[in-house]
Ligand binder design. Structure first.
Ligand SMILES: Nc1ncnc2c1ncn2[C@@H]1O[C@H](COP(=O)(O)OP(=O)(O)OP(=O)(O)O)[C@@H](O)[C@H]1O
Length: 472
């Protein structure tokens, strides 16, 4: 949302009823809503938006010459970053609901009740303010130095929590002790295991094995291999994945499901570094770095008598817990734009702009399948989308009964944080902050001016002009 100098917002009211216009204007001014502009001829709206910085439009639906129903998609198309609230008579609520589907952020029934109007306007203004902070935050966090930032390149995040986890992962990566990675399904545990492998500098392969559903015989055979003739059908020697990992990394995924006998063998491998291939009577030793992951609460399993306490104590020397996506909704804009890019390349389509209300709705969705689910939903949405804008309509099932909750973002510009001083070393000018936000949005959007414009709540033209000035 584009705030005017001084942090104020400008609201444009479009209504042919000049008395209603004046009344609404006074209500908003009294509520402290910065600048309130009015237009009584709807035909002047698009040229007006071209000339002025407008943060929000309140549009009457019933107007002569050009009614609000026809005007709304034009505004949405040319100025996707500007939220629109529609006003309607009591008998036209169906039309208002249709308008919501085609991009209006809220609707008000006339005669509009003062509190309802002011709350609706404040909600709309806060939403985009939040997007500004999300994009600022990433740059702010980039100031937390990482020794091996490149090792985390695949893990897209703007979350402060995740940055702390990167730092912890850097510290434990070179330890000889095992690292246990916990977190719900799809949060990125395997990606972290790869990062740890890369940072640890071990000489050898990254070998991944999912141990869920393996009975003890299969576990032993898969990990430790077997001698030729060890059992019926073992007509060849099998190396086993521990040996294959050599001096590299052995990543054991889903260890919460491991059966009791295999737990004993794993404990021995972790403690003594020793194992027997199936059918062999000579012991072998392993030099592999061992990283393990589970999406199961191991302490609960211990209480149920299904997981060995001694094994758990051995595992949890270094524990990395990755928060669920719903606990870091500030990651959603970056993940969304990243996956849109990948999907656009995959489908050979032009990269659409995500609608502002889409990001808000995704931030309020619980994502039980975490980042993997977001990835799948974006691909599905991109398969459905044939327009320049990706909207909620392309994400069936996202608008559940769950009330929408905007992403909580650390207050970079507030006194609670010294972030702004960390970035600029002093109090910056408005111009410097704007240039900084544009640079950040261009990075987050992967170089797309349209996406950056949508995130920052300005027109694509504004971004393009400012980039020309910055590079001049
Ligand atoms: N922060 C992220 N940035 C980009 N992609 C991510 C991120 N987190 C997860 N992914 C992607 O989401 C998918 C799931 O990630 P991953 O397999 O690492 O999750 P997991 O926690 O190991 O899941 P499971 O417990 O089901 O094995 C992968 O395609 C991964 O690339």
């Amino acid at each position: 949302m584009k705030a005017l100098p001084g942090g104020q917002f400008s609201v444009l009211l479009v209504d042919d009823d000049t008395r209603a216009l004046e009344l609404t204007r006074m209500l908003l001014l009294n509520a402290g809503i910065g600048t309130v502009l009015t237009l009584s001829d709807s035909r002047a709206t698009l040229p007006f938006l071209e000339e002025h910085d407008v943060s929000l439009v309140i549009l009457d639906l019933m107007m002569p010459h050009m009614n609000g129903v026809d005007l709304l998609p034009l505004i949405h198309h040319d100025y996707p970053h500007i939220p629109v609230i529609v006003e309607t008579g009591a008998g036209e609520v169906d039309t208002a609901v249709k308008c919501m589907k085609s991009g209006a952020i809220d609707y008000l029934v006339k005669p509009v009740e003062a509190n309802r109007l002011v709350n609706s306007v404040k909600n709309a203004l806060n939403f985009d303010d939040l997007l500004h902070e999300v994009s600022s935050l990433k740059n702010y966090l980039l100031n937390d130095r990482l020794e091996h930032a490149e090792a985390f390149a695949e893990i897209k995040t703007t979350s402060r929590k995740m940055r702390s986890i990167f730092q912890y992962a850097e510290v434990v990566a070179s330890s000889p002790q095992p690292v246990l990675i916990t977190g719900e399904t799809g949060v990125g545990k395997e990606l972290f295991a790869h990062s740890i492998h890369e940072i640890s500098g071990v000489k050898g392969e990254f070998v991944c094995v999912n141990v869920a559903g393996l009975d003890d015989a299969m576990f032993s055979d898969t990990l430790f291999g077997h001698k030729k003739g060890a059992f019926t059908g073992a007509d060849q020697f099998r190396e086993g994945l521990v040996s294959k990992a050599g001096m590299g990394t052995l990543f054991l995924d889903e260890i919460g499901d491991l059966n009791e006998l295999s737990q004993v063998k794993l404990l021995r491998l972790l403690q003594e570094r020793e194992y027997y291939p199936v059918g062999a009577d000579t012991i072998k030793t392993s030099s592999a770095r061992i990283v393990l992951a589970t999406n199961i609460d191991l302490e609960a399993r211990i209480r149920e008598g299904r997981f060995r306490r001694d094994l758990y104590y051995r595992l949890c020397t270094h524990q990395i817990h990755i928060p669920a996506l719903r606990e870091r909704p500030e990651d959603i804009p970056l993940l969304l734009t990243t996956f849109i890019d990948v999907a656009a390349r995959h489908f050979g389509k032009r990269r659409p702009t995500p609608a502002p209300e889409l990001i808000s709705a995704l931030a309020g969705y619980p994502f039980p399948g975490n980042v993997r689910e977001l990835h799948a939903r974006v691909f599905d949405a991109m398969a459905r989308c044939n327009e320049g804008m990706l909207t909620l309509e392309n994400f069936p099932g996202i608008l559940s009964s769950q009330p929408q909750r905007p992403a909580p973002v650390p207050p970079i510009l507030s006194g609670e944080s010294n972030g702004i001083y960390t970035i600029f070393g002093r109090l910056p000018t408005f111009r410097e902050i704007e240039d900084y936000l544009i640079g950040e949005a261009m990075k987050v959007s992967g170089g797309s001016q349209a996406v950056a414009a949508s995130m920052l709540g300005v027109t694509r033209q504004t971004i393009s002009n400012r980039l020309k000035l910055i590079s001049a």
